[in-house]
Design a protein around this ligand. Structure first.
Ligand code: PRP
Length: 194
């Protein structure tokens, strides 16, 4: 089991459960974009691991699959969204007329993805914009938002791993887990020291 396991109270989605989920999503996405050109847009930082694994499971392979990245952040070192979504790193002129598939680790308040989708559909002029998210925490929505594909309907628990961090901790765990309260407190204390 992974190196930071002592910090985890439980594993919510194991490596195997994630792998099976990605196989399902890969097939559904493959059917959707069969014979088409698709621009996959991975939302950094959290979406990098999900994107790297899912993109290899898209089956059948679209005629053309391009990859680009967009960086979005709104949480900083907190556990509640700041409400201000900072978006960087994408040349918006490159999405015009394209079928865009966004890959993201989690939908929480919905602010990040609704902001990115509006940008791509509006200013970006994308032909279509669809979203695949590994986790969907519907209980936490602040704005209406529905992803087109969801890996797991996630309970309203404090989750980390598989791309999701708490102040840059636990992002690289190969599973999604719930940290122990004392581990969260330890990290909070470290943050407060700086
Ligand atoms: C996380 C996550 C999503 C977003 C979801 O990113 O990766 O992008 O929050 O939350 P929302 O639905 O409430 O907007 P974060 O701001 O923590 O940045 P990071 O991915 O770089 O860690």
């Amino acid at each position: 089991m992974a190196k930071s396991m002592p910090d985890m109270a439980k594993v919510l989605y194991s490596e195997q459960a994630i792998d099976e989920c990605l196989t399902r999503l890969g097939k559904e996405i493959g059917q959707e974009y069969k014979g088409k050109k698709v621009l996959v847009l991975s939302v950094l930082k959290g979406g990098f691991m999900f994107t790297a694994d899912l993109i290899r499971k898209v089956d059948p392979y679209p005629t053309v699959m391009q990859l680009d990245f967009i960086k979005a952040s709104s949480y900083g070192s907190g556990t509640e969204t700041s409400g201000v979504v900072k978006i960087e790193g994408l040349d918006i002129s490159t999405v015009k007329g394209k079928d865009v598939l966004i890959m993201e680790d989690i939908v929480d308040s919905g602010l990040t993805l609704s902001r990115i989708c509006s940008l791509l559909r509006g200013e970006g002029g994308a032909a279509s914009v669809k979203v695949c998210a590994l986790l969907d925490k519907r209980a936490r929505r602040k704005v209406e938002f529905e992803a087109d594909w969801v890996g797991f309907d996630c309970p309203d628990e404090f989750v980390v791993g598989y791309g999701i961090d708490f102040s840059e901790h636990w992002r690289f765990l190969p599973f999604v887990g719930v940290p122990k309260p004392e581990a969260v407190e330890r990290v909070r204390a470290e943050i407060n020291k700086h």
